[in-house]
Design a protein around this ligand. Structure first.
Ligand code: FAQ
Length: 311
């Protein structure tokens, strides 16, 4: 009965075993995973747009080939994540509908504009860097299909992070004007990348339960701290300044002290009022409508094929 199922589930979680699609799981565990994995998938799909903006204008053939490969990887990540979510009983159509209706969340970070080429460097360095800090622990998420999808995603993200760092490094070795552009991009992306980790722990309604279920392994603030520890020495190598005059390591507390994050900006974006929210959704909707003929053709092919094999 249900009580036995629940205690078997609790034992698996306590023993660091994986929960698999056919296993019994609490309804709330299923709902939480569908929420997080689908939002994560949507982030990858919407996350193709800020960089897609520069594919036709990349400064060389090599840069263009690399950027195209990166954006393609993001499409792939979206597909693995949607597939993982489908094992929990939601359909791809339902998820797509939630995204284009504007009822699904996706990461706040993809609602900022990418006005210059250097933004490709800052996104790779900071946004993919934050994604790695958040996602490496997700490789150990208790739900099997999610954890396994994250392994490959993290490998690809670390290549993305390196390519972003290398774009910035190249530009920092250029002219004064180029260095100014790089600093400007870092100024614009640093704070939003800190917001990717989600609200502070005392305002994170989902954290305690998700950590008890071993979906999340670290709190939002702990991961944000780790990320700051990663980027501080990298900023020094690059020769860029992180735009926080308060930033310093408090050795006694063992933590980075920072200025207050502008949570009003974060909540405005979550409410759909960020600089690029409307454009991102509009583009996604248009792509969905433009792709209708492909879905129709595929459905028709399946119908004909089924009719032919039935003969
Ligand atoms: N943006 O209680 P919590 C990438 C929502 S990386 C928007 O703390 P939770 C790679 C949250 O959903 C980006 N919403 O929630 C790439 C919840 O609302 P809900 C994607 C946010 O789930 C790089 C509410 O606030 N990565 O795509 C954000 O325990 C470059 C309360 O928050 C992932 O999705 C935010 N930043 O912790 C692609 C990682 N933060 O759902 C292209 C997987 C919080 O109750 C180019 N997800 N919210 O209505 C996670 O690790 C977690 O879901 C967190 C949030 C940590 C994001």
């Amino acid at each position: 009965d249900e009580a036995d199922e629940q205690s078997h589930f609790d034992e698996l979680i306590a023993a660091e075993q994986r929960i698999e699609p056919r296993d019994w799981m609490p309804a709330a565990y299923r709902r939480t995973l569908i929420r997080q994995i689908s939002q994560h998938g949507h982030s990858e799909i919407i996350g193709m747009q800020p960089e897609g903006n520069w594919i036709t204008r990349a400064p060389s053939l090599k840069r263009k080939a690399i950027l195209m490969a990166k954006v393609q990887d993001e499409a792939g990540h979206g597909l693995y994540l949607y597939s993982a979510a489908q094992t929990l009983g939601i359909t791809r159509d339902e998820m797509t509908q939630q995204l284009i209706d504007g009822t699904a969340k996706y990461s706040s970070i993809f609602n900022y504009p990418t006005p210059t080429w250097v933004d490709m460097g800052a996104i790779g360095w900071l946004v993919d860097g934050a994604a790695i800090a958040n996602q490496v622990p997700l490789c150990r998420a208790s739900y099997g299909p999610y954890g396994r999808a994250m392994v490959r995603i993290c490998k690809e993200e670390s290549f993305h992070q390196r390519q972003g760092f290398e774009i910035l490094l190249t530009i920092m070795r250029g002219t004064d004007a180029q260095r100014e552009m790089a600093q400007d991009a870092v100024d614009r992306w640093y704070w939003p990348s800190l917001m990717m980790f989600g609200p502070p722990d005392d305002q994170s309604p989902n954290s305690a339960q998700s950590m008890a279920w071993k979906i999340k392994r670290f709190s939002n603030d702990d991961l944000r701290q780790r990320f700051i520890g990663m980027v501080v020495p990298q900023a020094e190598i690059l020769g860029v300044t992180l735009p926080d005059p308060e930033l310093h390591y408090d050795a006694d507390a063992g933590r980075w002290n920072t200025s207050e994050i502008d949570w009003t900006e974060f909540h405005e974006i979550l409410a759909g009022r960020g600089p690029m929210n409307a454009v991102r959704l509009q583009n996604r909707r248009a792509a969905h409508e433009d792709g209708a003929w492909v879905r129709d053709a595929a459905a028709e092919y399946t119908r004909k094929h089924a009719a032919r094999t039935a003969e």
